[in-house]
Design a protein around this ligand. Sequence first.
Ligand SMILES: *[C@@H]1O[C@H](CO)[C@@H](O)[C@H](O)[C@H]1NC(C)=O
Ligand SMILES: *[C@@H]1O[C@H](CO)[C@@H](O)[C@H](O)[C@H]1NC(C)=O
Ligand SMILES: *[C@@H]1O[C@H](CO)[C@@H](O)[C@H](O)[C@H]1NC(C)=O
Length: 453
Amino acid sequence: MKLVVLLLLLQVSGCADSRCFCQVTGDLDDCTCDVETIDGFNNNQLFPKLQTLLESDYFRFYKVNLNKACPFWSSSSHCGLKDCAVKPCSPNEVPEGIRSHNKYSAEEKEQPVKCELAENLGAVDVSLSKETREALLNWSKHDDEAERFCVVDDEESPDSQYVDLLLNPERFTGYRGPETWQIWNSIYEENCFKPYTIKRPVIPNLFHNRPESESNTFHSWLEGQCVEKRAFYRLISGLHSSINIHLSARYLLEDSWFQKKWGHNVSEFRQRFDSELTDGEGPKRLRNLYFLYLIELRALAKALPFFQQPSFRLYTGRPEEDREHKELLLHILQMARSFPLAFDETSLFAGDEKEAAKLKEDIRLAFLNISRIMDCVGCFKCRLWGKLQTQGLGTSLKILFSERQIEALPTSSIQRPSFQLSRQEVVSLLNAFGRVSTSIRELKNFRSLLAEE
Ligand SMILES: *[C@@H]1O[C@H](CO)[C@@H](O)[C@H](O)[C@H]1NC(C)=O
Ligand SMILES: *[C@@H]1O[C@H](CO)[C@@H](O)[C@H](O)[C@H]1NC(C)=O
Ligand SMILES: *[C@@H]1O[C@H](CO)[C@@H](O)[C@H](O)[C@H]1NC(C)=O
């Protein structure tokens, strides 16, 4: 009974049949997709505005700890993990405020670690201008004064550092093969509620010779899951697709001594998404990308009351700009709110109270674990974007499951507000959505490139 009720929960509500992206009636995989509606909305309206917003100073600097050791296995990274990400940043380049409680000190400088060089594809450029460093100091002063309720481990760690996202675009880094496979595999195998006996379809079948029916077994297992766990799997798969689209769209096409050229690699794209080359899995992966898009879009729409509070500022210390950017942000959130296709996720986690709480906790823990797996990613640029995107998705889920608290915000001005987002959560939320939005747009480019072939 419970299952039947849950299956109805993700039903798309309030839209004309023909315009629906997904008519989810029990089977999430059987979406009849009106991709054009999402494409048109994203590519023509939302994407350009979001790009402008993400280039602003508030959103381009992301504070992250790239120096945590992998908690699950000893990483085989050629570069002994810890010191490499900070290497390009000499101690006096680090903002004073960060340095004061930091250990980028002489001892580390003296260790001759064979580090990833700044010019390596996977290295993170952590350089900041003097002006930026000063401004960031002012920001943390402002943020410290604001009330905070939950502190994300990464933000408070003395090892955390600001990274300029515009200097570190997500693109092909050459990081692939068994190590990436291990990362994704442990995410899917150990953190997606999946029993070991059910095999995930891995195509191309580099690692095992698997019978054809396994794909069927997997998808019928997925159908039998409750809607939340199925949704969880689809979000992770959507994230995986999004990352792969970026790597195919910013592929290193030419690498000679006088220039590097990045661009679309159609054959790379086809290997990951072509129905024939992936035994039918590719289109499912792309549908999961659209699913991820809709979930994050929904979270943005729900978060509007939080951002509308007069006390919320996109603080960079330049009031005029801060006001303009807040207006742009609110405009984008209004657009998200106006998008007609949406899930009724209020009913998620709303079943039997005890059972629902358990489920919600399971998902929260699995999510936490996935962000720890990101510390096992050997390529620092991949780790940066992996962390940012998992934090962004985590923030989306936090918003979706805090709907009541957010709606109550405007009236709770006397008491402590019951819902809060930190700067890092805000930055990751919008940047993660920016990635998915870019992927949707890149799909259009790939479609026309494929049509030319
Ligand atoms: C930092 O704040 C101080 C005082 O509010 C101001 O004078 C200074 O210009 C700010 N620095 C930057 C780089 O924004
Ligand atoms: C967390 O992930 C690791 C590595 O994949 C796995 O061994 C462990 O069982 C997971 N823990 C939880 C609580 O899911
Ligand atoms: C495109 O990617 C494939 C691997 O999928 C690779 O073999 C090929 O060399 C790439 N093409 C270019 C122009 O780099």
